[in-house]
Write a protein that binds this ligand. Structure first.
Ligand SMILES: Nc1nc2c(ncn2[C@@H]2O[C@H](COP(=O)(O)OP(=O)(O)OP(=O)(O)O)[C@@H](O)[C@H]2O)c(=O)[nH]1
Ligand SMILES: [Zn+2]
Length: 183
């Protein structure tokens, strides 16, 4: 990440809104924001493969659901936060990953400029690609600050997205089991 560029950009924005970048309270702000972006956009250039390549063999191919994974992401249209919970499920095909790796996969894709639909799909696609389960299903419920603190201003409204992959795609009974488990 180019911290210098971020700092310059923040200075330009502050000047653009009529602020004085040399006043005491703002002196360190460009540097702080550059450091913060390292963190909140820390998924840039990362690959979920890193987390999903270590697997454990299992005999039992029952559905695994990791639910209520709290995440914070940034909407790519306004660069404002959207945040909520991700529910990640898969049906193994002889192997599973460590539970924490599902949350780590969510983090890789949440920590980028994002759209919720794309985030939902990327998590499921990463599971399918690297773990090769029989199927995967991901659901995300989130509040978008671009919908609450500005624009249409609808606090409390939540956006719900889900994707199905593999055997989840056509099996509505399986989908319903997932919905029941994450409720
Ligand atoms: N589909 C989708 N839309 C999003 C997401 N995050 C923000 N948006 C929407 O992106 C749209 C951008 O619309 P524009 O009309 O280009 O921008 P705008 O004038 O700021 O829109 P308003 O928010 O309606 O004021 C808005 O409707 C946002 O609500 C997301 O994750 N997915
Ligand atoms: Zn937005």
């Amino acid at each position: 990440m180019d911290e210098k560029k971020i700092q310059e950009g923040v200075r330009l924005i502050l000047e653009g809104i009529g602020e004085d970048c040399t006043r005491e309270g703002l002196l360190e702000t460009p540097d702080r924001i550059a450091r913060m972006y390292q963190e909140i956009f820390g998924g840039m250039g990362k690959d979920a493969k890193e987390h999903l390549s270590k697997t454990f063999h299992v005999k039992n191919n029952e559905m695994v659901v990791e639910k209520d994974i709290v995440f914070y992401s940034t909407c790519e249209h306004h660069l404002l936060p959207f945040y909520g919970k991700a529910h990640v499920a898969y049906i193994p095909d002889g192997k599973v990953v460590g539970l924490s790796k599902l949350a780590r996969t969510v983090e890789v894709y949440a920590k980028r400029p994002q759209m919720q639909e794309q985030l939902t799909a990327q998590i499921a696609d990463a599971l399918m690609e690297h773990l090769k389960p029989q199927g995967a299903m991901v659901m995300i419920e989130a509040e978008h600050m671009c919908m609450t603190m500005r624009g249409i201003k609808k606090p409390g409204s939540r956006t719900v997205t889900y994707v199905t992959r593999g055997i989840f795609e056509k099996d509505t009974e399986l989908q319903n089991r997932f919905f029941q488990m994450v409720r």
